[in-house]
Design a binder for this molecule. Sequence first.
Ligand SMILES: [Zn+2]
Length: 335
Amino acid sequence: MKRFVSFLLLIAMLLPQKSMAWGFWAHQRIDRLAVFTLPPEMIGFYKKHIVYITETSTKPDSRRTMVPGEAPKHYIDIDVYGDSALYKMPRYWKEAVARYTEDTLMAYGIVPWHVNLMKYQLTEAFKARDTDRILRLSSEMGHYIADACVPLHTTENYNGQLTGQRGIHALWESRLPELLAGNYDFFVGRATYIQNPQLRAWAAVTRSHLALDSVLSFEKKVTSEFDDDRKYSFEERGGVNTRVYSRDFCEDYHRKLNGQVERQMRYAIALVGSYWYTCWVDAGQPDLNKLAGISEQELLKMKEEEKQDLQKIIPVRPEAYLPPADFSGHYGCTH
Ligand SMILES: [Zn+2]
């Protein structure tokens, strides 16, 4: 029990380090770079608020523990619905509820439907010329879209816990990009109009889920070639000596994945920009140069959220940290 308490304390110490889901680093990068995919009529406004957009991109993860119903917006465990669920699952919310009930959908995640809901909300915010809402929704929608582009956000085995690969979630979406994204090419071209936002969200989930087999099988392969002493190393995080995947192991895994993390990040950046652009077009292309600045109130709210970040407790899916070697407890996941 005492060890468990000190384990919790260790997590509490690690959390303010900001590393969860795509990793805070990657989420910020994706939203920031999406700005540069926008057409001339939009880019000035988004650039002006790029710091706010970048910072706010991680807020949905920060509130996962505090807001009931938040966690399922970040993923969908599509494999719990059976083998061909990826193709058979009703694409639209109402039909999916009719088939499975809302409780079931909430239990296994709703990311593709949530992206579509946010698409509607952002379009409405553009129509209302509401600067605060446009920025907040743009940034947060970027987060959920990016999550849908992570293969491990589409499976019940989200942290490799069912296949003896615990820790793989943070390895793929935090450790690899944070260590190796230096050479990634983030020039992804211009945002394009999305004809059907709901189906496009499903296309992102489908693409991610099809990449899952490589994510898991290559990690297994590399692990078979490394003993534990080489697979892990120690790094100081916030004054705590923390066990992490070693650089050698990460580089080998990354090589075997053959550009997969980079491809998914690039795909996410282009997709985020395209959703923003589509909302603006569907709202009648309002003149963003005529919008008011961001309000004092919204900036205060942002500061308040920063403070709350530091008080975070155990996340619902604490996938970003690597558990101690002898940790055999279970995660506080939603189901
Ligand atoms: Zn997330």
